[in-house]
Design a protein around this ligand. Structure first.
Ligand SMILES: [Cu+2]
Length: 422
């Protein structure tokens, strides 16, 4: 069974009932029907269920999961319309398959997904071997004389406590992956939890330019984490980005006055909130970042952060969070917080129990409508991007009731999803 091929359909199933601006009328309903007709094996259904339909690696005959990551550069569109130069990891279109060595801009565009920051999560399983091959395609959007051309990259598996030989710190003792070369990292996860991968070459510049992604390690094919059951889970990657520094890397390969490096974007999963609630690039219109849940459910939130010096203070309105794990290890006893600081490199896993009637509750401070409450960075620097508030790290809880009259599954054609009418 080609699992990765099914993931697009699975995503449609998961999104059914979650109407967003980007939903295309009738498509989700039709895809859901087709998926039901496909009659997936129980094993595939369980896998899709626990990985939220994210693209998966290929399962090899020896049982190992195989991923092929490609480094390249490109532009990330922000909610304010700016195209920010970034470089990072990507993969083949629609899969993590091997498409051979990619060396030209034409091949990058033809064979690979556009680079995104952070790049797509990698899902692994405890005790199941993974082979992750990194291919360095080179830079394709830089100036001809930029010092960024021809640079090497690695993957550091942050928090996996691996032996240095396969942990992506350059030349300890393995050389980094040079332009047009590849290297395969082989590992077998021992602990479940939330981790991240990032480059470890010229770390300040490469990481902050966009070279990072979540690594989620599951204990098994059930919706449990650290022994706790949950109904839904979201991975929220908080990060900061400097379009000025990235431009300087693109042009010359050197950031001038690095001691004064300053973010002009504060992001959740690569996006800022914007006062235009319908903007398709806003955090709240990203199915991975808008926290949709039903009353009485338990939601697992996997927070992770990367940046130069900003500490995000995550604060949801209307809910306390039960902190169950720090940095990929279960706490001996959990504790509750409504404002949770997370610094670069940290991962914090929390459970949010959605109370009954939460779909009727209105947040008086944001007043976005019944069932909708915001969660934002309370270090308010992180709520200002390109000098404007509230363009920053903010998302929403969007809580529904199973008892309410069913809402239409798709928006009326031509009319964007409007949380105010929720
Ligand atoms: Cu790198």
């Amino acid at each position: 069974m080609n699992v990765s091929k099914l993931m697009g359909w699975a995503t449609a199933v998961l999104l059914t009932g979650i109407t967003t601006y980007t939903a295309v009328p009738n498509v989700l309903g039709e895809e859901a029907k087709q998926t039901a007709a496909w009659n997936l094996s129980q094993e595939d259904q369980d896998l899709i269920n626990v990985t939220n339909g994210d693209i998966m690696g290929e399962r090899c005959k020896d049982g190992a999961w195989e991923f092929h990551l490609y480094t390249t550069d490109g532009y990330q569109e922000m909610a304010n319309g700016e195209l920010v130069y970034v470089f990072g990891y990507t993969h083949a279109k629609g899969s993590f398959k091997n498409v051979g060595e990619v060396t030209t801009k034409e091949q990058v565009e033809q064979l690979l997904e556009p680079v995104r920051v952070p790049s797509d999560p990698i899902h692994l399983f405890v005790g199941e071997k993974a082979r992750i091959t990194l291919h360095n395609t080179g830079m394709h959007c830089t100036n001809a004389n930029s010092g960024l051309n021809h640079v090497a990259h690695t993957i550091h598996f942050h928090g996996l406590d691996l032996t240095p030989a396969i942990d992506g710190v350059p030349s300890l003792p393995v050389d980094p992956v040079l332009e047009h070369k590849s290297f395969t990292y082989e590992l077998t996860p021992q602990y479940e939890g939330s981790f991240m991968g990032h480059c470890h070459v010229d770390s300040f510049n490469h990481i902050l330019a966009g070279m990072y992604f979540p690594i989620i390690i599951h204990q098994d094919r059930t919706k449990t984490a650290y022994g706790y059951k949950y109904d839904r889970d979201y991975t929220l990657f908080f990060s900061e980005l400097s379009s000025t520094a990235n431009e300087q890397l693109q042009e010359s390969g050197v950031v001038h006055g690095l001691q004064d490096w300053k973010a002009d974007y504060f992001l959740i999963n690569g996006r800022t909130f914007t006062d235009n609630l319908y903007h398709p690039r806003s955090v709240i219109n990203d199915p991975r970042s808008r926290i949709v849940a039903y009353e009485d459910e338990t939601v697992l939130l996997r927070f992770m952060a990367i940046g130069a010096d900003h500490v995000f203070a995550i604060h949801p309105h209307g809910y306390h969070m039960e902190v169950v794990a720090l940095d990929g290890r279960k706490l001996k006893s959990s504790y509750e917080k409504d404002t949770l600081c997370i610094a670069s490199g940290e991962r914090i896993d929390v459970l949010v129990k959605i109370p009954h009637f939460a779909s009727q509750r209105k947040c008086l401070s944001c007043n976005l409508g019944a069932g909708i409450t915001i969660m934002h960075d309370h270090n308010l620097r992180g709520m200002v991007s390109t000098g404007k508030y509230p363009l920053g790290a903010l998302t929403i809880f969007d809580v529904k009731s199973r008892e309410k009259v069913a809402q239409p599954e798709v928006p009326v054609k031509g009319k964007p999803y409007n949380p105010l009418e929720h």
